[in-house]
Design a protein around this ligand. Structure first.
Ligand code: 3H9
Length: 674
């Protein structure tokens, strides 16, 4: 049974139990319907309480049912039936009442929640909208402005806020929800007419809509679902519920069968799958991590440290020189203060985080660390030296990690006598902001070390993916062919602006040259201004190192606003002449084929070599590490939607060495993702 029915005198209590998150799967819907019918048919019942067992109230419709043949009763019917009940229905909420769960709650006549509960409609994050009356009832309960925030942005709100805006009626005791809900049901049992959200009047509020659209235009760029959510809320104003809900249904179905929602649902499951490590049991014992050491207080080391400090884990940070250490510590403090200034942290939280930081000049101070992360510059001999020293200093069982972006973890591990304790933890810059963490599994890395790293990634709120040892791991390895090809396109007639525009139009936050300017044109440069073998060398030799020098592939003003650079155009032209590269008109489509298709190709090679566990992990890397548009589902999902045959034809046409796995899948009509 997914729903058990109890009686408490004249109150019928329906308790759903569908672990892990009480998704509103078909059996749950059917049995909830039966509960409402039972109450209607039993004269001795005066009111109904709907509650959930386990960790949460309904967290939404069952996403795994989407795209499959519908099973009655559908959620929209069920919520209308709940609201239509002649006997009052009280929703008793704990955990997270999300999506369809929130819709069940607002279709109920009364809502009581524990103070720790959250309510929200995150469907937009799955490329959808609340399709069971949510877009119609929420504005009627909370007003247009609040409803827009909830449905079009999808962030849940705490119970206290939900109460303030009229979505929740009453707060229960944290441990007495059911008793309080039963008492509430008894209290309201005879009140008529029943408060039905769908029947409340709602006036149009064009100003609120316009202000909301203006404020969020950037955030919604490229996404289809936010506009559909907004349209539904607008429809709710001045339109009877029946008409509005019909419109909502049409919009929901359109989104549901569109590519964007499929992509966003793919990423929802991909993110969760990424935490499963092949060949390691879920219950493998983990090593306790009570104290972390970080070597290097530069941008990377400082950013990494902030993740642990924010999670309440003490950090010892090591630098070689006092001034570098002071600078690093001051930067951490400044970043926290900036977060507090934006209202995202309190001054006390900042102080608490900073109090957990111990700056030092001595590696010896890492002797009691459970995990040490090395974040010094990319030079193998330096890393080997550090790991050799750590081997002598650190306690047995300590996990030793390198934040290297490219280097061979096995070679680094060989500098120690405990390669089983060594792995890569590759954070992405800025490390306190970017969600991605590549956990690099060395040949000897022990299972419990990997499992510990994966569990820790959740504690510091990262999305982690397991990568094998190879140059650049998953993300940077795929970036390389894109950057190489982008440079070739410049020589053949494209401009940096055109290449970047194509990527931004595709949905990336920036294009290859904008990214180079942000990261630093001088990164990896040989530092000899007389050795000019590429456009990049020429830029670096002239001090055009990117944004930090206000000149790179673009010119920048004091506010870092980019403009096209006549000097860069000259340098490119000069190189075209010098290399005698034939010119042709480069279309936007050619840029897509030559910069994005090779990424898919590299992804296929990574998969075939077992350097990524699954195609969806590659998608997670690109969504969370590089800002690939989530509505395109990551490079491998996108390749599936483009059609692998088309990708292979494009790669062949441009003379690429096509990965055998990609060719094979294309020939067999296969896909990378399910
Ligand atoms: C909707 O409601 C549409 C309606 O408006 C209209 C319909 C007509 N379904 O995240 P976790 C699985 S759309 C099926 O690791 P947490 C998840 O895959 C829905 N499965 O836990 C995972 O499986 P596994 C709107 C679901 O504690 C396991 O549960 N609702 C669903 O970190 C644990 O998940 C949402 O978008 C689902 N709805 O976070 C809410 N949800 O163990 C989506 C989860 O095999 N869910 N699973 O990997 C969440 O945001 C989080 O899961 C939640 C718990 C906050 C609830």
């Amino acid at each position: 049974m997914s729903v058990t029915i109890h009686r408490h005198g004249d109150i019928l209590i329906a308790i759903a139990d569908n672990p892990p998150v009480n998704a509103l799967s078909a059996p749950v819907r059917l049995e909830l319907k039966a509960a409402i019918e039972q109450a209607a048919g039993d004269a001795s019942i005066r009111a109904v309480v709907i509650a959930c067992a386990g960790r949460t109230f309904f967290a939404g419709a069952d996403i795994t049912e989407f795209g499959k043949p519908p099973v009655e009763p559908l959620l929209p019917e069920l919520v209308d039936m709940i609201e239509g009940s002649d006997k009052p229905v009280v929703a008793a909420i704990h955990g997270t009442a999300l999506g369809g769960g929130c819709e069940v709650a607002i279709a109920s006549h009364y809502r009581i929640t524990v103070p720790s509960a959250k309510l929200g409609t995150p469907e937009v994050k799955l490329g959808l909208l609340p399709g069971a009356g949510g877009t119609q009832r929420l504005p009627r309960l909370a007003g247009v402005a609040v409803a827009l925030e909830l449905v079009a942005k999808g962030d849940p709100i705490p119970a206290s806020v939900a109460k303030d805006v009229g979505i929740v009626d009453r707060l229960a005791g944290e441990t007495s929800l059911l008793d309080d809900a039963i008492a509430y049901a008894r209290e309201v049992a005879d009140i008529r007419p029943l408060p039905r959200a769908s029947q409340r009047p709602l006036s149009p509020d064009p100003e609120a809509v316009a202000a909301f659209e203006r404020a969020n235009a950037r955030r919604f760029r490229g996404f289809e679902a936010p506009a559909a959510n907004i349209a539904c809320v607008v429809k709710a104003t001045g339109t009877p519920y029946a008409e509005g809900v019909e419109f909502e249904r049409q919009q929901f179905m359109k989104l549901m069968f569109g590519v964007q929602s499929a992509a966003q649902r793919h990423i929802f499951f991909a993110e969760r799958k990424a935490s499963k490590i092949d060949g390691i049991a879920d219950d493998v014992a983990q090593r306790p991590i009570a104290r972390v050491g970080i070597i290097g207080a530069g941008t990377m080391g400082g950013g990494i440290a902030m993740n642990f400090l924010s999670a309440g884990i003490p950090v010892t940070i090591v630098e070689m020189q006092q001034d570098a250490l002071d600078r690093g510590t001051a930067t951490i403090r400044r970043n926290y203060d900036a977060t507090a200034a934006k209202g995202r942290m309190t001054a006390q939280q900042v102080d608490r985080a900073m109090a957990l930081l111990t700056p030092t000049l001595s590696l010896q101070d890492l002797s009691d660390a459970d995990l040490v992360i090395e974040a010094v510059y990319e030079e193998m001999s330096v890393k080997q030296d550090i790991f050799g020293k750590l081997d002598a200093i650190c306690k047995p069982g300590a996990i030793l990690a390198s934040n290297t972006s490219y280097l061979d973890i096995d070679v680094i591990a060989a500098a120690t006598k405990r390669p089983q304790d060594v792995l890569g933890l590759h954070f992405f810059s800025p490390a306190n902001v970017m969600k991605l963490l590549e956990i690099v599994r060395g040949a000897a890395t022990a299972d419990d070390v990997l499992a510990t790293a994966m569990a820790l990634s959740k504690k510091i709120r990262k999305v982690a993916v397991i990568a094998g040892v190879c140059h650049g791991f998953i993300g940077n390895r795929m970036l390389e062919p894109r950057q190489v090809e982008a440079m070739k396109l410049l020589l053949e007639g494209a401009t940096p602006e055109q290449v970047d525009r194509v990527h931004v139009d595709f949905g990336m936050p920036m294009g290859p040259f904008q990214m180079a300017d942000l990261a630093g044109v001088d990164i990896g440069w040989h530092r000899d201004p007389n050795r000019i073998e590429s456009i990049r060398d020429a830029l670096a030799a002239e001090g055009r190192w990117g944004q930090k020098k206000q000149a790179g592939f673009y010119d920048y003003d004091d506010r870092r606003t980019a403009s096209n650079s006549p000097r860069v155009a000259e340098i490119i032209e000069d190189f075209r002449r010098k290399t005698g590269t034939p010119q042709h008109e480069i279309t936007d489509q050619e840029i897509v084929e030559r910069t994005l298709y090779p990424m898919v190709n590299e992804g296929a090679k990574i998969l075939a070599e077992g350097k990524a566990q699954r195609a969806s992990d590659i998608d997670v890397v690109w969504i969370y590490g590089y800002g690939w548009p989530v509505y395109r589902g990551g490079p491998m999902f996108w390749a599936d939607t483009e059609g692998l045959k088309k990708i292979v034809e494009g790669l062949d046409r441009h003379g690429f060495d096509v990965a055998p796995l990609l060719r094979e899948k294309a020939e067999q009509g296969g896909r990378f993702t399910s």
